[in-house]
Design a protein around this ligand. Structure first.
Ligand SMILES: O=C(O)CCC(=O)C(=O)O
Length: 298
């Protein structure tokens, strides 16, 4: 059933109205012509970063095969955390070439995964730009990701509007629309926003419905490009080059609108569904009918 993957629409230095029209449609977009003017695009060489971050130590995730946990960045998962200086981190990142040697020859993969910039890299914040087509007051979190070729985290979605900016290096990206959730086996590590399926090597014995997943987008996020990811779009992202640097911005918006009502509706629905298990069958039937009616409301 898998059809030929497509690519997101492309926008060039969009104005607010153009961007919001795309966000409200819930379509991902590759945005050009914005990031190259930001100081980080010009400044963030190894030498500059070593100078700025000299002497500081960071918690870095380490993985034998490049696949990191969905919770690793929150330190809820003890997967290979090391506490090393920035210089040592960059040295380790560069010990592996940019070629395609097998993992055994390459050694472990290092990733500074989803580091909240204000806490982890305050000295880099002045170099970071902001998209003028989004209201800065709605910014909820800004994360910096620095890692090595081959790093990736499990396929997941975010419930925010997300802008992922590629400052250095390239990443390959696979997206699935929210409508494909029934085929993507949510629930990895007990969270409903992470999938059990590895789209690079799907185990169709264990996850047969994945064969029905359609509407994939496959593309490379190049240096200086920005990806708009609407909420609930599943994404699986692999770094293609060393000393790869991305910034991501989560906004307190979903589809360009305030996110709170959507979140409250979701929380309430979850609570209702979990409590419904204890209802006697007659009440359960009434509740099902009410939910069906609510779902038909447009
Ligand atoms: O670039 C990555 O490794 C993951 C980025 C991501 O998942 C995000 O921006 O939500």
């Amino acid at each position: 059933m898998e059809m030929t993957p497509t690519k997101p629409r492309e926008l060039h230095d969009p104005g607010r109205d153009e961007f919001l029209a795309c966000a409200r449609e819930g379509s991902p977009a590759l945005i050009h012509g914005v990031v190259s003017a930001w100081p980080c695009s010009r400044l963030w060489s190894d030498a500059y970063l070593r100078d700025r971050l000299h002497g500081r130590k960071f918690l870095v995730n380490e993985s034998p095969d490049g696949l990191f946990g969905i919770q690793s960045s929150r330190m809820l998962d003890s997967q290979g955390l090391c506490h090393i200086s920035f210089d040592e981190f960059l040295d380790r990142v560069h010990t592996c070439g940019d070629g395609d040697e097998p993992p055994a020859e390459r050694g472990p993969v290092f990733y500074m995964q989803q580091k909240p910039a204000a806490e982890t890299f305050p000295e880099l914040l002045p170099d970071v730009g902001h998209a003028s087509f989004v209201d800065l007051a709605t910014l909820s979190q800004l994360n910096i990701w620095i890692g090595q070729r081959g790093s990736r985290i499990p396929m997941h979605y975010d419930s925010f509007d997300n802008l992922l900016v590629q400052v250095r290096g390239r990443k390959s990206v696979r997206l699935y629309p929210p409508s494909q959730t029934p085929y993507l086996y949510p629930g990895l590590d007990g969270v409903d926003f992470a999938s059990h399926v590895d789209p690079e090597q799907p185990d169709l014995q264990r996850y047969p419905l994945f064969a029905r997943a359609a509407g994939a987008m496959d593309f490379t996020l190049e240096t200086g490009e920005m990806l708009y990811l609407p909420p609930f779009w599943w994404h699986s992202i692999r770094a293609l080059s060393n000393a790869n640097i991305s910034i991501n911005y989560w906004y307190d918006t979903a589809f360009g609108l305030p996110r709170q009502p959507l979140q409250q509706a979701r929380d309430l629905l979850r609570l209702t569904l979990s409590q419904s298990k204890a209802l006697p069958p007659v009440q359960l039937d009434v509740m099902r009918a009410m939910l069906r009616q609510a779902a038909d409301f447009t």
